[in-house]
Design a protein. Structure first.
Lengths: 374, 293, 267
């Protein structure tokens, strides 16, 4: 494709904007963040449907991974297919420490991050040396190598049949059974308990990502993303920067993987497919590349989509309930087809993703309120 | 010894298929500066289309119609989706092809389902015995057809004006524009060529002893180790890389069957690819200018 | 009819300020017009606007018109302009390095869809100007010297038998003797009827062979005039002709309408 010499930076809301506007934006951002946090805290009391609570929990868990994806792809501009692998590494680490060694969640969850991050650090230097697609291609290979390893290392993975995952125990209570008071009353259902736990982890990871973005390291990521030759000339160690981004993203993926299998309770080697990695790429692209909110929004969108299609399926006559060996449009297939389509549409029309799409009416309203002054 | 030759023959036959798929990747990469992630699914879709048409017409016609359909589809994808991305970064374009690959894969599942189907190849499971070596007809057909296709392709590139224009565009896009070459048409041409190669590869990939199934798209991705080993911008490298991958897989399936749970050969091409990335990232025949992605 | 008319053309790259502002330029039929100016003046931008390659570099026409052989081509793509009779030799040669000399030449002929016989004739005409290329036919263009590549670039452009030829810095990086050879060929090509717009840093060489000249600075035309007048202009002489005497030392043997006396005076 003919490319211009100056690829546009994907995100920097504050570029070239006068100071007062930046301050107002920051204030309004804080308002939105507060609103969001309050909403997230209130959800388990408002949402009655177990189905949607389940979707929400999966979305929170995925959002952790999506933030990792945002670091490597949205901030540092590298395409990685590796999320499935590092989620698996996190999952197996947590299972080994949590189940086989009986250690508590305060050990296995951070350990999942550390081990996955280290693995990323081992893999990355080879793959990021060359610009362009080599990371994508190398991480693609990792998926297949990974699946082979999980299936063959049966003492760790339980072979093709899979194995149990560690439980999250707070004060000796397995959250999957809910949270009970010492008097035997159920304070939180399992959904509510898990929601708050996942939310807590997500909030920690969100703050980390947020700070990372504003830090010098984060700016180095974005310099590498936008013009890595120029960044190198400006003294940024390009390869090392890419490796660091990859390590961080792998660590987040590890956490997400550990949470996922813990919530599911049981997992097999065959679930760490290319589609898992692609899901996370989709989250970041659709939600909006380069922003924290975009990653979280994308995670919710992707995880909610199959259910939304399910809800709509009575109105869509061509959608059938069961997957058949001879074809048929089912909700999961249709929803995956749709988000492939949405990826393409977003990239063509609004590369800043759904987040920007939502921002437009808000900015329009804001402009009206401030009397149309620019 | 006979077994070695038989395995070698099978490896070469499979390798030719990977080589053709890899060639498609490289042609699109050189001709339009895009790495088309969706190419694997185009291979799969080509095989499914041939199989579907085989129900109404002889194989030869089914093949021809499938080629037409897939070429039209590929050119449409390029014109409708990818051309809108002129000026966007490489990352963006590759992600778009990823989105397209998702759509194609789901479309295959929605139209034909998750099960396996029959063979899409021109010949069945028969074999011929040469001396003490037993060779499958499907392998002979694969190698024979591939050689003919490659010869035709070489002629096209070296001796025809369109081939020259395509090579010029791949060599230096702006200079090609300056000569009045319609570079947009060259993009479409490179995608069309790749689609043709995809159908050829698809029918042989889904030939005895394999069948048409949704996994074809993933299997086709083995062309990626082929490109990395051969060099992402080398046509010759694509074929050589493909042959290496095919031989690794087939020879490995027998000679390495005792190691690592008996499935090592399936993942070995990816391990070799990783090693190549570390030791010699440009591959066997690639040029250092690959950096200018 | 004028071969090339640029009328009040303004060009910008992306959202930046104008790279060209209100530029007007005419290349009358059968003449050589030279475009001078310092680095960054907008000469290459102007060439791109004429040839249709602005888009490749992210540029757009903000206002104005480009008229080629009577046709408004302001927004036409480059292949259309080449078909109408435009050809160019880009700055820095830009040959196809992986293709042979013969293939490079053939690519220049692509747009005309010659039959084999016609293509060979066109090639003969090119080789007449550049006999050296005849020895290099099977050599990959990437392995040629700078001067040979320049000849190839111009030869390739001539394969389509253009009526208007754009030459962007043909003398860049070439030894003086080669520059003189290139200059002579340009004159010959012009004598055969091709109108030429010549962008050159080497102002002495350009003014030695052009009939008319424009000086571009900061995206605007700051001066224009007949070659004799410009050569006599003290400002220009100091800015552009003083430093480079290359190309003026050996005045072309059979130039038309060129005042060799005037050139030598300003060396």
């Amino acid at each position: 494709m003919t490319t211009t010499l100056e690829p546009a930076p994907i995100d920097d809301d504050t570029a070239g904007v006068p100071a007062e506007v930046v301050r107002t934006k920051k204030r309004s951002t804080r308002v939105w963040v507060a609103v969001w946090v309050v909403a997230m805290l209130v959800v388990p009391w408002v949402v009655q449907s177990d189905l949607w609570m389940g979707v929400g929990i999966f979305a929170l868990i995925a959002a952790v991974g999506a933030l990792g994806m945002q670091v490597i792809t949205g901030f540092a501009g590298q395409i990685s297919m590796g999320h499935a692998v590092f989620m698996a590494i996190g999952a197996y680490t947590s299972a080994w420490l949590g189940v086989d060694e009986g250690l508590p969640v305060w050990v296995w969850l951070p350990a999942a991050a550390v081990v996955a991050g280290l693995a990323g650090g081992v893999v990355a230097p080879a793959a990021v040396r060359i610009r362009g697609l080599y990371l994508a291609v190398a991480t693609l290979a990792l998926i297949f190598i990974g699946t082979y390893v999980w299936e063959t290392w049966t003492s760790l993975s339980g072979g093709v049949n899979g194995r149990t995952a560690p439980a999250v125990e707070i004060n000796g209570q397995d959250l999957l059974d809910g949270y009970w008071s010492s008097g035997g009353e159920e304070i939180l259902t399992s959904f509510q308990a898990w929601w708050y736990f996942a939310l807590a982890v997500l909030l920690i990871v969100t703050v980390l990502t947020w700070n990372l973005k504003r830090s010098r390291l984060g700016r180095a990521f974005m310099a590498v993303r936008d013009r890595d030759i120029a960044a190198g000339v400006a003294g940024i160690p390009v390869t090392r920067t890419k490796v660091v981004a990859f390590v961080i993203s792998s660590a987040f993926a590890g956490v997400s993987g550990a949470l996922l299998v813990s919530y599911m309770g049981y997992f097999t080697p065959s679930q760490w497919t290319m589609m898992v990695s692609v899901d996370f790429i989709a989250m970041v692209v659709i939600g909006g590349m380069g922003t924290v909110a975009g990653a979280i929004l994308g995670a919710f969108f992707i995880k909610a989509m199959p259910e939304m299609v399910n809800v709509l399926s009575p109105y869509l006559p061509f959608v059938s309930k069961d997957a058949s060996a001879d074809g048929g449009v089912t909700a999961p297939l249709l929803s995956q087809f749709l988000y492939g389509l949405v990826i393409v549409l977003v990239l063509i029309f609004e590369p800043k993703g759904l987040l920007a799409l939502f921002k437009r009416p808000i900015d329009w309203i804001r402009a009206r309120i401030s009397g149309g002054s620019k | 010894m006979a077994l070695f030759l038989q395995l070698g023959f099978q490896g070469i036959a499979l390798g030719m298929v990977y080589g053709l798929i890899a060639l498609g990747f490289v042609i699109m990469y050189k001709g339009s500066h895009t790495f088309n992630f969706a190419h694997g699914e185009i291979v799969a879709l080509g095989a499914y289309t041939v199989l579907a048409l085989m129900a109404f017409m002889p194989w030869g016609l089914a093949f021809l119609f499938a080629v037409v359909i897939m070429v039209v589809l590929a050119v449409l994808i390029e014109a409708v989706f990818l051309r809108r991305m002129v000026g966007k970064s490489v990352t963006t374009v590759v992600l778009a092809t990823l989105g397209i690959s998702i759509m194609l894969h789901q479309a295959i599942l929605m139209i034909w389902g998750v099960g396996t189907h029959g063979s899409a190849g021109p010949v069945g499971s028969g074999t011929v015995t040469v001396g003490s070596v037993v060779l499958p007809w499907s392998g002979i057909a694969t190698i024979g057809t591939s050689v003919v296709v490659l010869a035709g392709l070489a002629y096209f590139f070296q001796k025809t004006p369109y081939g020259l224009a395509l090579r010029a565009t791949a060599s230096h896009q702006e200079a090609a524009l300056a000569q009045g070459i319609d570079v947009r048409r060259m993009f479409a041409l490179s995608w069309g060529l790749a689609a043709f190669l995809a159908v050829v590869a698809g029918v042989f990939l889904a030939s005895f002893p394999r069948v048409v199934s949704p996994a074809l798209g993933i299997v086709a991705l083995l062309a990626i180790p082929a490109i990395v080993i051969g060099g992402m911008d080398s046509l010759v490298g694509a074929i050589v890389g493909g042959l290496i991958v095919g031989l690794i897989q087939v020879m490995g399936s027998y000679y390495l069957s005792d190691i690592g749970g008996g499935r090592l050969h399936e993942v070995l091409p990816y391990i070799v690819m990783f090693a190549v990335l570390v030791v010699r990232p440009y591959g066997l025949f690639g040029s250092k200018s690959i950096e200018r992605v | 009819m004028n071969s090339l008319v640029i009328d009040s053309l303004s060009v910008r790259y992306g959202a930046a300020s104008l790279a060209l502002e209100d530029v007007s330029l005419t290349v009358p039929q059968g003449q050589i017009v030279s475009l001078l100016g310092p680095n960054g003046a907008g000469k290459s931008t102007l060439m791109r606007a004429v040839s249709g390659l602005l888009g490749v570099h992210g540029g757009t026409v903000a206002s104005g018109r480009v008229e080629l052989l009577g046709n408004d081509v302001t927004n036409e793509r480059s292949s259309k302009r080449v078909k109408l009779g435009l050809a160019q030799a880009l700055e820095g040669r830009q040959v196809f390095p992986g293709l042979t000399v013969a293939e490079n030449l053939a690519s220049g002929a692509y747009v005309r869809r010659y039959r084999k016989v016609q293509e060979l004739e066109a090639r003969e005409r090119v080789l007449h100007h550049f006999p050296r290329l005849g020895d290099l036919m099977q050599r990959k263009a990437g392995y040629l010297s700078g001067g040979e590549q320049q000849m190839l670039a111009i030869g390739r452009a001539m394969m389509s038998q253009p009526k208007v030829l754009l030459l962007d810095e043909p003398s860049l990086g070439l030894a003086p003797k080669i520059v003189a050879d290139v200059r002579d060929v340009i004159v010959d090509i012009n004598k055969e009827g091709t109108s030429i717009l010549l962008v050159e840093q080497n102002a002495a060489m350009a003014m030695a062979i052009a009939q008319y000249g424009y000086v571009l600075e900061g995206g605007r035309v700051v001066k224009e005039g007949k070659a004799e007048d410009l050569r006599g202009d003290a400002e220009i002489a100091e800015l552009y002709l003083g430093a480079s005497a290359v190309g003026a030392a050996e005045p072309p043997a059979q130039a038309t309408g060129i005042d060799t006396e005037g050139v030598i005076q300003h060396v």
